[in-house]
Each structure stands twice: as C-alpha cells, then as structure tokens.
Design a protein. Sequence first.
Length: 264
Amino acid sequence: MKVHESLKSSDLEEERLLLELDADRLPQHIAVIMDGNGRWAQRRHLPRVVGHRAGVQSARTAIETCASLGISNLTLYAFSMENWCRPKAEIDFLMRLLRGYLRKELPTIHRNNIRMLVIGRTDQLPDEVRADIDRATEQTAGNTGMNLAVALNYGGRAELVDAFNRILDRVRNNGLANARVDEEMISRNLYTAGLPDPDLLIRTSGEMRVSNFLLWQIAYAEIYVTETLWPDFSRAKLYEALLDFQKRERRYGGLAQERHRVMA
Ligand code: FPP
C-alpha cells in the first residue's frame, strides 16, 4: 500500500470510530498512565529517550483530542516519585523534555482555553522545572475549558499523606479538638481538589497495575488497559478506549438497571 493510501485508510478508521461515539456519554475525567515509551524504543533498537520523545507527541494528540471532544478533565501521569530510581541521564532527559513541552506548548494550551495544573510534590522538583510549571499554571489559571492535570513527582500514597497532614494542621491551628474526618474533607485536601474523580483510567502497554496513581480518586473508575505502547496511542486508539467505556455498565456497587426494575 502506498503511504498516502495507508494514511487515508487510518483517517477513515478514525472517522468511523468518531461517528460511533455517543457524545452524551463521554467520561468527564480521563486519567492516563502513559506506559511503554522505553519498550517502544527498544523494539526499534533505539535509545529509551527516543521513546520518551515520541511519547510527548502522543500526549499532545491525547490533549488535543480530549479538548476537541469537550472532555472536561484530563490527567496525565508524566513522572512518578518512583521514577527517581532511573539512571540520572534518563531523569535529566525527562526533565528537559517536560520543560521543553511546557515552554513550547504553553501558547497552544492557552489559546485553546485549557487550564493547566501540576499535581505532585512539585516543591521537590528542580528550580527551573518549577519556574516553568509556575508560568504555565499562572498563565492558564483563568481558562475555562478543559483542565489538564500533569502528574509530576507524583505518588498516590504521598498525596494521601499530604492531605492528612494538611487536615491535621488545620485542626491544630483552629483548635478543633472534636473535628472528624469525612470523605469530602479528604477529597478537598488532595492535589486534585476541585476536579471530579476520574471515571475512566487508561493504561497503555498492557501492565495490570495502578502504580500508585490517584489511589483515592479511582475508587469507581472504569479501567481500560491496552497492549498498545504509549507512543503508538493514536487518536483512533483513544476513540477505541472511549467506545469501550461507553459499553460498560456503571453500577457503583448497585444493581444493573434491568435488574432494578425486575426487583422493584
Ligand atoms: C513511561 O514509559 C513513561 C514515562 C516514564 C513518563 C514520560 C512521559 C512522557 C515523556 C510523555 C510526555 C508527557 C507530557 C505531559 C508532555 P517507560 O519509560 O516506563 O516505558 P517502559 O515501561 O517501556 O520502560
């Protein structure tokens, strides 16, 4: 097949999947564990960092696609607290890549009315990364379109520890000896305060793990795991994940609609 013919057929496939989507039943918050950059590169006998570079393009595609579908919240797991265990050269490359992304994409993000947030222990990131994060979050703070949360130096357990400590501080500082914690209070003190919980969690590259990502928030999320490696996660692959989500029956521990009616 010639290149232009294969391009055309992938465009057609994209179009076909898009037409199948029910615009009224899209998730309101998609969280993504972008995994498989290293393997994508290794399979091509390329250095791992080439996979990360290709991963940035997939992130761009996912952001653009979610924004154009009108999805209100997208959270991307870009760097976990555990990622510090990687070789220094790979960590330095990832930091440079993220900075490059923040700088280069900021005008487009802003133009598209996207509000950028960064979640994680950002105070432990290098100063220059923090400066880029601050610029991006401050400049887009007033935007009213999609919320794009990028998880950087993020860990789900650390987020819960930080939330509990914030609550304890408030209790101590206000002399609230009889205060009790409830779910709402915990949610309000997470890095994701103000965002709805994800209703769809996507993980690429086939691993069946949640890897310390949004542990509290994914309590009721539908989980979609695909063998596709992150750099190959195209617009069409995202549509496939959304179609799969739309086939699921979300019960939150209750009964199926049909069964409800029979039992009533
Ligand atoms: C997993 O691949 C990916 C990461 C460690 C995160 C890096 C993500 C990007 C570069 C995407 C860009 C994101 C933004 C928001 C611009 P891996 O190295 O764990 O792959 P492997 O499991 O195959 O080794």
